[in-house]
Ligand binder design. Structure first.
Ligand SMILES: [Zn+2]
Length: 242
């Protein structure tokens, strides 16, 4: 299976969405072995009907800033990392043909579609952005910019490190009052579960959230920073309005 669309089950025909797997190769132009990354992107995105030269990527900083982008921003970070959009961990757009991308190796990517408007978003949710509630920030931005209602949104999660493998310090309890799992005196974090709750707290319907429950650490189909450290490549999560 070359790719996976976490919004597929909702049957939305206005949007293209997918995340890549290890077999698709490293998609980062700054991390891991970047020698084949442009070719990998070209091939993967071609299958989705996306020109890799149009891709919009971010200099991700584990914050909760979310940028509104338009066709004018197409190509930011497409051919070199330096041209990526500065200091942001999410994108929103209501423009067709604008491919939004997030690169991850353990962090959660969140795909959002409002088929009514239509409008889309993609978010990069590691534990720091989750702590800052980037999910809520994304929904707020879509409401402000597009008038999107939370109850109309469809959401899909990419693969991420899960509570089976994501051990955190015991004092993490001060950061999160939900989503920590204790096993044999060790503490594990469930980033996806926390984001799911944050989204539902904003008014998103539970049945409109799809979580494929894929763990990047346990499943060799994906890159994992915790497991592979500096050599880890990055998966791409991409969404585009047709
Ligand atoms: Zn795992």
């Amino acid at each position: 299976m070359p790719s996976y669309n976490p919004l597929q089950k909702f049957g939305l025909n206005s949007v293209n969405a997918a995340f890549s797997r290890r077999a698709d190769g490293n998609m980062s132009l700054s991390f891991g072995d970047i020698g084949g990354s442009l070719e990998n992107r070209k091939k993967f995105l071609w299958g989705l009907g996306i020109d890799y030269r149009d891709l919009i990527t971010a200099k991700q900083v584990h914050g909760k800033n979310i940028e509104y982008v338009t066709p004018e921003n197409k190509g930011s970070g497409a051919l070199d990392y330096e041209s990526s959009i500065m200091a942001t961990d999410g994108f929103i757009t209501d423009q067709p043909g604008v491919p939004l991308a997030i690169l991850t190796a353990d962090c959660l990517s969140i795909f959002i579609c409002d088929p009514k408007r239509p409008a889309i978003a993609i978010l990069h949710a590691g534990w720091r952005s989750t702590e800052q509630n980037i999910s809520q920030a994304g929904i707020s931005r879509m409401r402000e910019k597009f008038g999107s209602q939370a109850k109309d949104l469809f959401i899909g999660f990419g693969p991420s490190i899960r509570s089976c493998c994501f051990e955190v310090e015991k004092d993490f309890k001060s950061n999160f009052d939900f989503g920590l799992v204790k096993r044999q005196e060790r503490v594990f974090m469930d980033i996806a579960l926390i984001n799911q709750k944050q989204l539902m707290d904003c008014g998103v319907n539970k049945e409109n959230i799809f979580d494929p429950a894929l763990c990047t650490f346990s499943d060799d189909d994906f890159f994992s920073f915790r497991k592979e450290a500096q050599s880890a490549g990055r998966l791409i999560s991409v969404i585009m309005l047709k």
